[in-house]
Design a protein around this ligand. Structure first.
Ligand code: ATP
Length: 275
């Protein structure tokens, strides 16, 4: 396992609200604090709509927090940084480019010469085991192959941190498991810091060394768990199963809490309109 050296990415008192026209919108995230160490594999777990993607977009510099700061290598993050890569749920490949052109795209738009990046592109294609498919276009690839190309495109530029937003959620269970193993092998080979968002409890425990659970409304960190070495990557280990059950209960409690909150708000609306 990669040694933990230094904090690479951290969030301090992050909050996010989306404004609705002139009005202040509903708060999606509040008071989020965390440190991610270089080489870590962190998973962020939470219910659908709980603010996970919003948090990941803030970490990637795609969205600004309403308050709070992100530090990257100890400096405030002020927007998109080429050293932070992102893989989205939909692979976002360019349909008119083949596999190797898609992977080379980032270098090309930066005006780099082919000879300066071709080795990195070839290495990324080999890492995702797609050498045989390098001339194929996205419509000729399976769902799993497309996600591998999206991951290759992100790792080719050798980011320090790779953010992954539910990258396997559209895939069937067998393929999802194969790609989970494949992502772990890339993490082991490259020592890239990985932050993966998922609402799948098993995936969160299986991939993460550290697991952050987001819940509540607005979303806060409910739990920050170090996965113990004994059940690390062992799907059928009793500790793994216990943790899975614990997290199911915690998330279920969060859903119940949020439903109760919603009902309370609705009652208030009814009361207000009755007056
Ligand atoms: N650009 C936006 N403008 C307004 N509201 C937004 C915007 N992006 C997200 N939201 C709202 O923020 C909340 C959290 O959304 P987010 O996508 O972060 O949740 P999530 O936990 O990633 O959900 P899922 O697992 O379903 O993708 C939702 O209520 C969503 O409607």
């Amino acid at each position: 396992m990669i040694a933990r050296e230094q904090v690479i990415l951290s969030g301090h008192n992050l909050s996010k609200s989306f404004s609705k026209g002139q009005k202040q919108g509903t708060a999606v995230l509040a008071n989020i604090n965390f440190d991610i160490y270089a080489g870590d594999f962190v998973t962020i777990l939470g219910q659908s709509g709980g603010g996970k993607s919003t948090l990941l977009k803030i970490l990637g510099g795609f969205l600004s927090p309403t308050s709070g700061t992100i530090s990257f290598h100890g400096q405030p993050l002020k927007g998109i940084d080429p050293k932070i890569g992102m893989v989205f749920q939909e692979n976002n490949l360019y349909p008119w480019l083949n596999v190797e052109q898609n992977i080379a795209f980032g270098f090309k738009i930066r005006g780099e010469k082919l000879r300066s990046y071709i080795q990195k592109v070839n290495a990324a294609i080999a890492q995702v085991s797609l050498s045989h498919a390098r001339k194929l276009y996205p419509h000729q690839l399976s769902g799993g192959m497309k996600q591998r190309v999206a991951i290759a495109r992100s790792i080719a530029v050798q980011p320090d941190v790779l953010l992954l937003d539910e990258p396997f959620s559209a895939l069937d269970i067998q393929l999802r498991r194969r790609l989970q193993d494949f992502l772990l092998s890339i993490w082991e080979q490259t020592s890239t810091t990985m932050v993966l968002v998922t609402h799948n409890i098993e995936e969160a425990i299986l991939l993460g060394q550290k697991l952050i659970v987001i819940g509540g409304q607005p979303g806060k960190i409910l739990e920050s768990i170090d996965i113990s070495a004994s059940c690390f990557r062992h799907r059928y280990h009793p500790e793994f199963i216990q943790l899975e059950q614990y997290l199911e209960a915690a998330i279920e409690k969060d859903i119940t809490f949020r439903e109760a909150q919603r009902t309370a708000r609705e009652l208030k609306i009814l009361k207000a309109s009755n007056n």
